[in-house]
Ligand binder design. Sequence first.
Ligand code: GSH
Length: 199
Amino acid sequence: MKLLYAPNSPFSRKCRVVIREKGLDVEEIITMPPENPPQLLAANPLGRVPAFIAHDGSTFCDSSVICEYLDQLPSEAPALFPAKGNARFAALSLAALGDGIGDAAVHCFMETRRPAEKRSHEWIDRKEQSILRTVDALAHMNLDPKSPLNIGTIAIACALDYVRFRLIHLSWQDTQPQLAKWFEETLQHPSFAATAPMP
Ligand SMILES: N[C@@H](CCC(=O)N[C@@H](CS)C(=O)NCC(=O)O)C(=O)O
């Protein structure tokens, strides 16, 4: 099994955390989407990471799909996607917020890389407000650092660490100390420590 990933992609990191939490044997291949490598385009015609190639050659794209595929493979570790009911939809809903933060942060960062005259400050501002509003909503959820990880908390922690890495000026930790505590403790898991963004 192979995961095509970019080291600083929050979506790739979700998959890399799941691989470690589940103790799976997956070859991780650094892949840079802007170069359009043929292996990536074959695995994901959208040309985005993460992309996954299974034992039998089948391919999957989108981090949520890949993570759920990984979670159902044989493993001694607990499930990261609750099987059904409220617990499942709470985790999926949290994961959607994490993915939304990641998406907004990636868009902001890409916008800052455009030439100054083509950059839209309105767009950056809209995305930053979306991130800060969602951080505020998360702060009201009182996430517990002692609770076992699930796909929701994994997605949130990956996205918030990307925000810290790329949009340091947002510094939400100062205004949300409880969420910051949850975040710092979550990053202590070896699966997160081993997959941190690379400056
Ligand atoms: N919804 C997708 C988002 C993936 C995504 O945005 N990947 C970015 C890197 S963080 C990418 O490959 N961008 C290159 C491009 O869009 O050309 C997922 O969850 O996997």
